[in-house]
Design a binder for this molecule. Structure first.
Ligand SMILES: [Cu+2]
Length: 127
């Protein structure tokens, strides 16, 4: 077998292309996925003041992330993001909540530049 240098360059390129395509699913899941939250999904918490904490699988950009509370009547309230306990968390607080069912809408910018969003339904009960 007589393989020219040009042939080996193509072999190496093919190998790299396969390697990149095998690795890319790992990169494509680098956008933010909610791992845990407080309140937890569909949990009941006592009001009227409810601390909020969300933890994601990757570091997120708090300045470009948003938390919105939907109250039992469907009214939207933008919550101030109070900070990050860690680079993968968001903290806030909802104050003066009456008993009822709420939804915390989150939209976050992950370190890979992708925005993801979701909703955390929870119920406030009398304390
Ligand atoms: Cu992503």
């Amino acid at each position: 077998m007589n393989m020219s240098p040009g042939h080996w360059v193509r072999v190496v390129f093919l190998f790299l292309a396969v390697a990149v395509s095998l690795l890319s699913p790992a990169f494509s899941v680098a956008h933010a996925v909610l791992l845990e939250s407080s309140p937890a999904l569909k949990s009941s918490v006592s009001g009227p003041d409810v601390p909020l904490k969300l933890r994601f699988n990757v570091r997120i950009d708090a300045a470009r992330s948003r938390l919105t509370l939907v109250d039992p009547e469907g009214t939207l309230q933008t919550l101030k993001i109070q900070g990050q306990d860690g680079p993968d968390t968001l903290s806030s607080a909802a104050k003066g909540l009456r008993p009822g069912t709420y939804r915390l809408r989150w939209q976050v910018l992950a370190s890979d530049g992708h925005i993801t969003r979701g909703e955390i339904p929870f119920t406030v009960v009398k304390s």
